[in-house]
Design a protein around this ligand. Sequence first.
Ligand SMILES: Cc1ncc(COP(=O)(O)O)c(C=O)c1O
Length: 397
Amino acid sequence: MHQLFATRAARMKASEIRELLKLLDQPGIISFAGGIPDPALFPAEAFSQAFQQALGAGSRALALQYSVSEGYMPLREWIAGHMRQIGIDCGPDDVLITSGSQQALDYLGKLFLSPGDTALVGWPTYLGALAAFNAYEPRFDRLRAGGNAGAAQYRAAAGPGAVKYAYLSPDFANPTGETVDRQGREALLDLAEELDCALIEDGAYQALRYDGQAIPPILALELARKGDLQACRTIYCGSFSKTLSPGLRVGWVVAARPVIAQLVLMKQAADLHSATINQMAVHQVAQTCFDSHIPKVRATYRARRDAMLAALARHMPEGVQWTRPEGGMFIWLTLPPGADGAQLLARALETVKVAFVPGQAFHPDGSGANTIRLSFSNSDEATIAEGIARLGTVLRG
Ligand SMILES: Cc1ncc(COP(=O)(O)O)c(C=O)c1O
């Protein structure tokens, strides 16, 4: 049968992370692998009430019926207000609800990429973005920090295809935890202007800042330059997955109207709309407790990040380097040259029952063998201290 599959299918491979997660359901393993929220932080009671309310006599017909592809209007209004709070002046008609921000990444690949076009991405970058874009048969080029010096090079390297967009997560990226400073964001906007390409700003972790000064989103900076969302080339993807719940699959896109209109057509063709009842519940919970809930999430993850940084300082041997993220869920380790993250994982699982994600998969060119990603979001401080101590013994051994 596989000879019948389209060429794009050959590029779609099982995600190393997902395959790995399947193996980790064993007792006794300390896992820093999956970058998932701690379920203890889900506002479960608020969701329980919200679903009951949505299924109440007054709203059940709406909750259970087909609906519009753009999304549930009260939620789009809430999101527009939230966006305005972080400096992005927009209204509900500028917002499309998606089934997680992952769906937005897929649609954006579908919208922009013809086979052979170039997508600029970080080396490393979010694996799910690579997987989403890859299905549209692009070539990937490395998005380098540091401005528009590379525009001519990018264009020359793109060959017959065009550079269509740059994708990045400027706040607390997956997998590195790093943040792009304001100057870097401005330089990216300059680069996008020079290349006449779009910029996809992935704000999945934007709300999870633990210290330091918030930096305006790239879309906010572009709006400050141009004064009109409709003139902007930045496309902002947001998500409730890291703040309220990933299981409900509710995310959003904010962009200029022509982009939103085209994405709406894609959504109509793909799944008609995201589950209305989930959007209603997310709206209800966001409205009643987003502002009180987020500080709790931040406090919990901040303590875990601090525990992991302290344990790394104590237990890592000479030659291992790591990032010091101001938010998000990840710390990125660079091992000495020649070290192999995948081999280290095999040893760590076997000898000390510690799991993490080898970094190579996050690099489209297959580099980064000596890197690993650690997630601190889903383990308490004592477990983090124990797990990092164990990892230290393997690295020294
Ligand atoms: C950087 C980044 N973007 C997007 C997503 C997708 O999240 P969701 O589809 O749940 O919104 C993730 C999930 O891990 C992520 O790390």
